[in-house]
Design a protein around this ligand. Structure first.
Ligand code: FMN
Length: 193
């Protein structure tokens, strides 16, 4: 096993606690992808909750919804999204609903339609699964992780399954306190990732 020098460990611990390091983390470009094109989707509401929580942490993240996006062709609109949102992003948060036991095909189509190297390679990803059933899209998160790893992305270990979403979100799109606490912890881990 490879050992790192003790002096490097020491300086890395000091640097990780330094205010300048925290400032750098905040200035990373974050995008939250709502991984479906379904009108009225719960995933989009959860994506907005992630945006709100990040904003409270001084991080101004964009929400990119697949609604009304032609994901099958490299149209001028798609290229604009790619150039202005996807390529500049360093950290992606995927909110993925469970459709027939996995993540939606429209998300895979969007990924397949993009410039894989410029958009995804060597970037970081956080995954959250949404379902009305019991699984919280655990399988879909594993499927997406495998694909993202193939594209040389770094996927954060804390994948959050949110099951029975209809019972956890109110008509204003606000999640219950227990789920918010889990998201808060998950995001703190991802910000330091
Ligand atoms: C095409 C389709 C397939 C679905 N398949 C599943 C499923 O396999 N398991 C499950 O728990 N819920 C399933 N659902 C329900 C979704 O999990 C539910 O709609 C949830 O709110 C997340 O999706 P949304 O963001 O589209 O709202 C499915 C919904 C759709 C539209």
């Amino acid at each position: 096993m490879q050992k790192s020098l003790p002096i490097l460990n020491y300086w890395s611990k000091i640097w990780n606690r330094h205010p300048a390091f925290n400032a750098l983390l905040i200035y990373m470009v974050y995008t939250i992808i709502s991984g479906t094109n379904r009108l009225g989707s719960q995933s989009e509401k959860v994506a907005m909750e992630y945006q709100r929580i990040l904003f409270e942490k001084s991080i101004d993240a964009k929400v990119f919804s697949l609604r009304n996006v032609d994901v099958l062709h490299r149209t001028p609109d798609f290229l604009k999204i790619e150039n202005e949102i996807l390529i500049p992003t360093q950290k992606f948060i995927f909110i993925i609903p469970e459709y027939n036991g996995t993540f939606p095909g429209v998300l895979k189509a969007m990924i397949d339609n993009s410039d894989i190297i410029k958009v995804w390679q060597n970037k970081k990803a956080l995954l959250t699964g949404i379902s009305s059933g019991r699984a919280g899209n655990l399988r879909g998160m594993d499927h997406l992780s495998a694909s993202l790893h193939y594209m040389k992305m770094n996927v954060h270990h804390n994948k959050l399954p949110i099951s029975s979403i209809n019972k956890l979100i109110d008509p204003d799109g606000r999640l219950d306190s227990e789920t918010l606490k889990e998201i808060d912890e998950q995001l703190n881990g991802f910000i330091n990732f």
